[in-house]
Design a protein around this ligand. Structure first.
Ligand SMILES: NC(=O)c1ccc[n+]([C@@H]2O[C@H](COP(=O)([O-])OP(=O)(O)OC[C@H]3O[C@@H](n4cnc5c(N)ncnc54)[C@H](O)[C@@H]3O)[C@@H](O)[C@H]2O)c1
Length: 476
């Protein structure tokens, strides 16, 4: 991977090699040249830079400046795989050009389409490989409208200063609701009754069927999903205990227990909501299952590697467990169809679902909102909060003065960079500056006031020429 300074890239305005027309309705007198530097009558003659028109604000205050060094209509966005309408609407409302496709594109078509766009939005089927990223001459930001980012060559995107955003928590509620449903279904053996009825078998039983009121739910992992579930379960009359590696504030009357074993021994229902880590790999095996109460239930909608499936199948067949609901598996088929194999098939009172815990219309809609807002903030304001591959940097809104600018500098994380930047900015009024690093890359934002157009050009040129430059943008 090379962190050598790229040829100057300013996202997105560097890519525009013809003067940009003024924003809608404004008298057209400011242009932006190939390097994103304002030029033309207004830019050079006046005391400051002409204020851009306002289309939405991220500053929150009436005095917050909307940073817009480019005509938003020139920003090209490619959305693939039927990205939710909430995102399409939000991006179009900014005035960007948005092209949408219902499906993933074939590699050669994608290579051609991506060449010209500043931002691409994908879900899980589009693979943004090194080859495709290298074809993307103007790309500054990628939105993954899903949970994971495995489909993107993150290392290569990072080396090019391309920010990548996703939406890891938009479907928490959907998972929590599924687990509530499963608790009731398991407790009433509904999976088995349903199967029997579909085979024409009438089997009216009440033995070993229970209300969930008053039962103890043990939650392993009290994060976004676990804590929501806690509130829902209590509202249905359950007692909630939880185990987490971190000491956490319990919601409602739930209680954090001292150990995993304590949770396993006290719970009627055990549900897993931990991430996939070395520590959680095979976290629930034969030993842990044997510690669970006779006739209790296990639910896993977290990651497939957390539970040892053969041990679970054995505990279900022996009757030690009263049932289980499993949504995630160590090996999951890559496509829909008759591809699923597991030792759990045919186990008593066992609900099996194809990793649908987070798959709801509401979650898709939330993902659309969350990712599109992150993209807009990055394009318009330089904010990298929520990026998976860049350090997260933000500054409070820039003051609404015509001659203030924001410098956004993505650069290699090596010693001496800040000294160079300080030297360049030394004679200017730096209102605020923040810099952070993540591995080999670092990102600096600085707001500078009282600068003339000539000084802006000078700052831009000198920052861009630093040997550590990856992407330099100036917003104003
Ligand atoms: N089934 C689905 O469709 C679906 C959808 C969304 C999320 N998930 C999965 O659900 C899981 C939880 O998601 P989340 O958003 O609540 O995550 P989160 O990061 O908000 O919470 C995870 C919690 O687990 C705790 N934890 C980590 N290691 C632990 C350990 N060894 N023992 C006990 N606690 C531990 C963390 O401290 C944290 O509080 C993740 O694995 C995620 O991939 C599944």
């Amino acid at each position: 991977m090379s962190f050598a300074p790229s040829t100057a890239r300013v996202m997105p305005n560097n890519v525009m090699n013809t003067p940009i027309p003024s924003p809608q309705g404004a008298s057209g007198d400011t242009t932006i040249n190939v390097n994103g530097i304002p030029s033309g009558a207004n830019a050079t003659a006046g005391p400051g830079i002409r204020r851009r028109d306002r289309q939405g604000s991220f500053g929150g205050s009436s005095r917050a400046k909307v940073l817009r060094p480019f005509n938003t209509a020139n920003i090209k966005i490619l959305l693939l795989e039927n990205v939710n309408e909430t995102a399409v609407g939000a991006l179009r409302a900014q005035g960007y050009q948005v092209e949408t496709h219902a499906k993933a594109l074939a590699e050669d078509v994608l290579m051609e389409k991506i060449k010209d766009v500043h931002c691409v939005g994908i879900r899980s089927k589009t693979k943004l490989t090194k080859k495709i990223l290298d074809a993307a001459e103007k790309l500054g930001v990628i939105g993954c409208f899903c949970i994971g980012t495995n489909q993107v060559d993150l290392e290569h995107a990072t080396s090019k200063g391309i920010a990548v955003f996703n939406s890891p928590f938009s479907n928490s509620r959907s998972v929590a609701e599924l687990v509530i449903a499963e608790i009731v279904l398991l407790s009433r053996q509904l999976g088995d009754r349903n199967n029997e009825m579909h085979q024409g078998i009438w089997s009216k039983v009440s033995a070993n069927c229970y209300e969930i009121r008053g039962k103890t739910l043990g939650i392993i992992g009290y994060g976004h999903i676990g804590s929501q579930l806690s509130v829902l379960a209590e509202s249905m009359g359950m007692r909630v205990i939880f185990h987490d590696v971190a000491p956490l504030m319990p919601l409602g009357t739930s209680k954090q227990v001292h150990s995993l074993n304590e949770l396993l021994e006290k719970s009627d229902f055990v549900t897993l909501h931990v991430p996939e880590t070395e520590d959680t790999m095979n976290m629930i095996g034969e030993n842990e299952l044997s510690r669970m109460k006779q006739g209790s239930f296990l639910i896993n909608a977290s990651r497939g590697t957390v539970v040892v499936i053969p041990a679970l199948a054995k505990a279900l067949k022996s009757g030690h467990l009263g049932g289980a609901a499993v949504d995630v598996f160590p090996k999951e088929p890559a496509a829909n169809g008759k591809f699923f194999e597991s030792e759990l098939i045919g186990c008593p009172n066992t609900l099996l679902t194809p990793h649908i815990g987070g798959s709801t219309e509401e979650a898709q809609s939330m993902i659309g909102v969350e990712v599109s807002q992150a993209l807009i903030k990055f394009i318009n304001n330089g904010t990298s909060i929520g990026a998976v591959n860049l350090p997260e940097v933000d500054l409070r809104a820039i003051r609404d003065e015509e001659n203030s600018i924001r410098l956004c500098y993505t650069h290699s994380n090596v010693p001496g960079v800040l000294l160079r930047i300080t030297n360049i900015l030394a004679e200017h009024n730096v209102d605020k500056q923040f810099s952070d690093s993540k591995g080999k890359i670092a990102y600096l934002m600085a707001d500078i006031s009282d600068v003339t157009p000539e000084q802006i050009q000078d700052i831009y040129r000198r920052v861009r020429e630093t040997p550590t430059n990856i992407v330099t943008r100036i917003l104003y």
